[in-house]
Design a protein around this ligand. Structure first.
Ligand code: PAF
Length: 284
């Protein structure tokens, strides 16, 4: 695996592979790899001959009171893990490479950004859309892989690609979970022992929502309150939001219809750590 730090060099490398008819697959990440990231890198191989993982902790997608400074980082470990799953290039630019002095441009995606994460984390999706655009221009992928855990992010990226005419296929890969159901996340390392014990209750609550839908419940508010009720039993949680919405439009109808794909989204704080999770379910 080759580590690349400069945009120009990355572009030269992918251009030459493209000339040879190779397909480029990009896996954008902020590092501190866990099995979820590695599953995206492994999946990447199904879509092309050259796998480029990107590692950049993007400051513009963190709010002023968020965890940019303390976001976990371990470059050496990430390098070894990416190598172990066959990544060809790790694009790991320094901050000045992506945001040099006199950088004034922002990519603002509409539609999916005015709800949930977009409201709770103002400016977050502008930062994501801006860096993803730059990462796409640096790595020129045919396909890019994103995780379902950041459900809204995946919709935002799809919208960005569609509306700004990027010729890139976006693949969304399933969430990888710990044996007790907790969705893998780089932020799980922040959890204390006690918080870690409570954290799987998020997935338990989501599963109660799935069960209710599968047992015939279609009223959005009732499904939402089943999930909320479960979470509220654990005083360790501060609930940021629970939303039960159409998975393609993020709309919140009173009642769901047969065949509709629904996503249940949860964001909670456990102490200072903000965790998000979601599940998809089709209405029977
Ligand atoms: O999902 C992430 O890790 C980040 O939001 C991304 C897509 C790499 C952009 O910084």
């Amino acid at each position: 695996m080759i580590v690349v730090e400069k945009v120009k060099e990355m572009q030269k490398i992918v251009d030459s592979h493209k000339k040879d008819g190779k397909r480029i697959v990009c896996v954008p990440t902020m590092g501190y790899f866990h099995k979820g990231h590695l599953s995206l890198m492994e999946l990447a191989r199904d879509y092309g001959e050259i796998v480029v993982a990107t590692l950049f902790v993007n400051p513009t997608q963190f709010g002023p009171n968020e965890d940019f400074e303390r976001y976990p980082r371990n470059f050496q470990r990430d390098l070894e893990l990416a190598q172990s799953v066959g990544v060809d290039y790790l694009f790991a630019p320094h901050i000045e490479e992506m945001y040099p002095d006199n950088f004034f441009t922002k990519v603002v995606v509409g539609k999916f950004t005015d709800k949930f994460e977009g409201v709770k984390r103002p400016g977050h999706f502008d930062g994501v859309a801006t860096i993803v655009t730059k990462l796409f221009n640096a790595t020129k992928p045919d396909t890019a892989i994103f995780g379902q855990k950041d459900f809204q992010q995946a919709l935002v990226v799809k919208q960005l690609v569609k509306e700004l005419l990027f010729d890139i296929k976006i693949v969304v890969a399933p969430i990888v979970r710990e044996p007790d159901g907790l969705a893998m996340s780089s932020r799980n390392v922040y959890l204390s022992e006690e918080e870690r014990k409570v954290a799987p209750k998020i997935y338990e609550a989501l599963n109660l929502g799935i069960k209710a839908i599968q047992n015939g419940e279609r009223m959005r508010k009732r499904i939402t309150s089943i999930v909320l009720q479960h979470l509220r039993q654990f005083r360790e949680f501060y609930i940021d939001y629970v939303a039960v919405v159409d998975s393609e439009t993020l709309e919140e109808p009173e009642e769901f219809m047969t065949g509709q794909s629904v996503v249940i989204l949860v964001a909670v704080y456990l102490g200072k750590t903000r965790l998000i999770d979601n599940v998809l379910v089709t209405v029977p």
